[in-house]
Design a protein around this ligand. Structure first.
Ligand code: NAD
Ligand code: TDX
Length: 340
């Protein structure tokens, strides 16, 4: 089984590739253009596996994608490449529209031309917008995104579903809640706070800190993606989550306890513009149809995550200092020379 994964040098994509390669019959080609969020160190352990290949190609580059898909027949495309950080999208939405909307449409068209059997489009619960105190997002909740990031993901998600309706292209869309775990870029809440804690720096909390997110351990999400690939119904949407709602203040309390830090570590800062109040996922459809079941509880997941950042100081120090970008320059100079 040959699978093209996009965004495999990022947080979730690197976990997905590691999961896919546990299947002896699977070969993975990773299309990742290596933005600031991509990191070769995330897949360093896989580089010697002959079933793994990386292409430094953008999902917006139809010609380059055509070449990759002409070289082999692919059973599936699993599409994760995206601009993924809400705060960056508030600063400028254009890269989000380019990668998330144009990139997804490009990938759908190229996959269709080459007869790829199935496309799994990895979307997010943020496309549903925000909830009040009650209720859960289900697959047919209205699509009401509020940030440039989530609006661009909603656009890509609807393009994927339109490809199914219009052409009968075999597409499955997944919408997951907030992920956490090893290799997450430390601009996102949990790794930012853990690494700041390990550096004796404060933890910025936006507004009143009572916004709610529904946290899932990243390995549970990628298991869900594998199930969606194998058992999902074409044209269907599957929500993934682990019924684990926490306010940001509760996340802070739990992390302060593990890291043995005082409450003054948390410092209130001005709120994010258009900050969604509450996300909460109902994963029943994925549980019933795919056999999905989140395995890692919050206490265990948080403990594992903190341990990983404690044990991989070199990884996050290089990311925070920007030195991780040098790794590519050192290892892949020959590619750059070839390109010129
Ligand atoms: P990430 O930012 O860690 O990684 C994104 C990867 O995509 C990077 O390796 C980057 O180099 C690559 N990329 C960006 N633009 C590209 C382009 N034009 N062409 C090729 N590669 C490109 O993101 P993540 O947190 O791992 O999220 C992966 C996917 O999962 C995204 O589609 C995101 O919307 C979705 N998602 C994330 C979460 C979460 O909590 N992180 C939750 C639900 C869904
Ligand atoms: O410094 C911070 N302080 C703070 O209070 C940061 C970075 C965040 N926050 C708050 C904002 C949110 O309420 O923490 C919560 C989580 O923030 P992020 O980690 O930025 O995640 P979020 O905006 O919820 O989006 C994430 O989940 C859904 C991912 O970044 C998306 O890619 C995914 O689609």
């Amino acid at each position: 089984m040959r699978i093209l994964v996009t965004g495999g040098l990022g947080f979730i994509g690197s976990h997905l590739i590691r999961r896919l390669l546990r299947e002896p019959q699977v070969a993975v080609e990773n299309v990742d253009v290596l933005t600031y969020a991509g990191n070769l160190a995330n897949v360093q352990d896989l580089e010697s596996d002959p079933r793994y290949t990386w292409h430094r190609v953008s999902v917006t580059d139809a010609e380059a994608l055509d070449k990759i898909l002409s070289a082999h027949a692919f059973d599936a495309v699993m599409h994760l490449a995206a601009e993924s950080h809400v705060d960056r999208s508030i600063a400028s939405g254009l890269p989000f529209v380019e990668t998330n909307v144009l990139g997804t449409q490009t990938l759908l068209e190229v996959s269709r031309r080459h007869g790829v059997r199935r496309v799994v489009h990895v979307s997010t619960d943020e496309v549903y917008g925000t909830l009040g105190a009650e209720g859960l997002f289900v697959e047919d909740s209205p699509i009401q995104p509020n940030s440039p990031y989530s609006a661009s993901k909603a656009g890509s998600d609807l393009l994927a579903l339109a490809a199914y309706q219009t052409y009968g292209q075999d597409v499955v869309v997944t919408r997951c809640s907030n992920n956490y775990g090893p290799y997450q870029f430390p601009e996102k809440l949990i790794p930012l706070w853990i690494t700041n804690g390990l550096e004796q720096k404060p933890w910025p909390i936006y507004g009143d800190g009572l916004n709610v997110r529904d946290w899932i351990y990243v390995e549970d999400h990628v298991e869900g993606l594998w199930l969606a690939l194998n058992r999902g119904r074409a044209g269907h949407v599957y929500n993934f989550g682990s019924r684990n709602e926490r306010t940001n203040r509760q996340v802070a309390e739990d992390l302060l306890k593990i890291l043995q830090l005082p409450p003054e570590t948390v410092v209130q800062v001005p709120d994010r513009l258009g900050h969604d109040r509450r996300y909460a996922i109902d994963p029943s459809k994925a549980e019933q149809e795919l056999g999905f079941q989140a395995q890692v509880g919050w206490d265990e997941g948080l403990e594992r995550t903190v341990n990983w950042y404690q044990e991989h100081r070199d990884w996050w120090e290089a990311v925070k200092s920007g030195a991780y970008l040098d790794y590519y320059r050192r290892q892949y100079q020959h590619l750059e020379a070839h390109r010129k």
